[in-house]
Design a protein around this ligand. Structure first.
Ligand code: SF4
Length: 142
């Protein structure tokens, strides 16, 4: 059975967040509006059920426990550190995620190659935490 539609309140909140975060990070939404819509609905669904917009493009054995780590609450650590959005919610004009700052062994580099950041003066407020994030990726694969 399909999940019920998330609350209009959280859908509106997430749409607003996406617009603002695009401006702040110098990214754009995907050229295919259906991609954006699917991610927004997934984020709103998680906001409805667990109280936070946990990234909808990953599997979590325990969503409640995952929320406590904060790693995948949108905008997630990979976005705030590397400007990489694996859900393709925040991308460049061609619809590609920015991979320029990712470690070379990151899945994003393997999937998309090197995608340069068109607005290097914007975003990445947590860039100083890259080392900590990679340590987490090793010790708590997520
Ligand atoms: S990958 Fe990160 S920035 Fe992109 S939708 Fe998921 S949580 Fe948000």
């Amino acid at each position: 059975m399909p999940s019920p539609r998330p609350s209009e309140q959280n859908i509106a909140k997430l749409r607003n967040f996406v617009q603002k975060y695009c401006d702040k990070s110098g990214t754009t939404v995907h050229p295919d509006p259906e991609v954006t819509e699917a991610v927004v609905l997934g984020l709103a669904q998680n906001a409805d059920t667990i109280g936070r917009p946990l990234c909808p493009c990953r599997f979590y054995p325990d969503k409640g426990a995952e929320v406590k780590h904060r790693t995948w609450i949108c905008a997630c650590d990979d976005m705030q550190i590397y400007k990489y959005c694996h859900c393709l919610l925040f991308v460049n004009k061609e619809g590609l995620p920015i991979t320029e700052y990712l470690p070379e062994e990151h899945e994003g580099r393997r999937m998309y190659g090197l995608v340069k950041d068109p607005t290097p003066d914007k975003g990445r407020p947590l860039r100083a935490q890259a080392e900590k994030r990679e340590e987490e990726r090793r010790t708590r694969p997520s």
